[in-house]
Unconditional design. Structure first.
Length: 339
């Protein structure tokens, strides 16, 4: 009899990737969503994925979708302590949990965080950045404080195994805010030159959805309670990302390295530019080869992301209708200015 999984937030980019991999391993997968986004591809449905429309904030909604129980619940959209309590309520019918948190919960020795980088300066993390790095305090104030409140509530009270994954800047198919769009849009505009802050050398460590899904599946195969960083083994520089996309789009312009170390940068400030890139993926728990992407495979993923952005954008004016959340990850003065 196949193992059963319920994926909360199953129509998002992480949920689709996890569904794909679990179906490939023979799992019976139920994908829950609120009905606000496009359904998973016909391929996933044809392969056996089931759909459940629900609002997790409604009492009993998750229990109704869970039915007689599940071997695993993967929560891709848990955000705060209240969501942890929802998972604890259904725990008696669940074998183990995988919950997506964020690497933004970390703070550096001076207390600087990613949440407040624009005001207080970018945090200076040790290399590598491990799961034991101090975090922000739990609370309702910011995205990161809510994520750590979620983690603490679950890890302190759950009796079943809980794998908490802390990804970095997530990229992959079906993103509503692809970071590659900063480059793609400028190339589609036919610009002759694109400036790159920090000489294009900065690396904002990313997490591919295919990697996150592989780590989630590995965690389910090796049940336990743990926190794992989830990132590609080596981060590509902004210049490397730009070169990969330029090849795909046959961009004939040039990239201009900007030799300025101020933060935030005033010229060439893409969503991937930062001073530091010090991160370590989760310690090994029998990771599949799929998780250990080579630099070439990372480039191919970036090309796939760029291709998706291009297909959505061709013949359509840039607006929030295409990528409704993109403006939130771009510095306001540099979204599509000449800089």
């Amino acid at each position: 009899m196949p193992q059963r999984a319920l994926i909360i937030g199953g129509t998002g980019q992480i949920g689709r990737a996890v569904t794909d991999q679990l179906l490939g391993k023979g799992w019976d997968v139920t994908v829950s969503h609120r009905g606000h986004r496009a359904l998973p591809s016909d391929d996933l449905i044809a392969r056996g994925a089931r759909l459940a429309v629900l609002d997790r904030e409604q009492p009993g909604a998750l229990a109704g979708a869970l039915g007689s129980g599940a071997d695993a619940v993967i929560d891709t959209i848990a955000y705060a302590a209240d969501h942890a309590n929802q998972l604890l309520e259904i725990e008696p019918g669940v074998g183990s949990f995988v919950v997506i948190s964020s690497s933004s919960v970390y703070r550096d020795p001076t207390g600087r965080t990613l949440d407040k980088a624009r005001k207080g300066g970018f945090p200076d993390f040790p290399s590598p950045l491990k799961e034991t790095q101090p975090t922000v305090d739990p609370g309702p104030e910011t995205y990161s404080t809510r994520k750590i409140a979620l983690e603490r509530q679950l890890l302190d009270h759950a009796r079943q195994p809980v794998t908490v994954l802390r990804p970095c800047a997530i990229h992959g198919p079906h993103s509503v805010h692809p970071r590659e769009w900063w480059l793609v849009k400028r190339m589609l505009d036919g610009r002759s030159a694109i400036p790159l802050a920090y000489r294009g050398e900065s690396r904002f460590h990313t997490s591919a959805t295919v990697n996150i899904a592989a780590l989630a599946c590995t965690g389910l195969q090796n049940p336990g309670t743990r926190i794992l960083n989830a990132a590609v083994p080596a981060a590509m520089t902004v210049a490397e990302i730009a070169a990969a996309i330029a090849t795909h789009l046959d961009f004939r312009g040039e990239f201009l390295p900007v030799n300025d170390n101020s933060y935030p940068p005033t010229i060439g400030a893409s969503p991937s530019c930062t001073f530091h890139s010090r991160y370590r993926r989760g310690r090994r728990i029998g990771l599949s080869a799929r998780f250990n992407l080579s630099r070439g495979e990372q480039g191919n993923l970036r090309l796939a992301d760029a291709y998706g952005a291009v297909e959505l954008a061709r013949g359509i004016s840039w607006s929030r209708q295409i990528f409704p959340m993109s403006s939130s990850i771009m510095l306001p003065k540099t979204r599509f200015s000449n800089a």
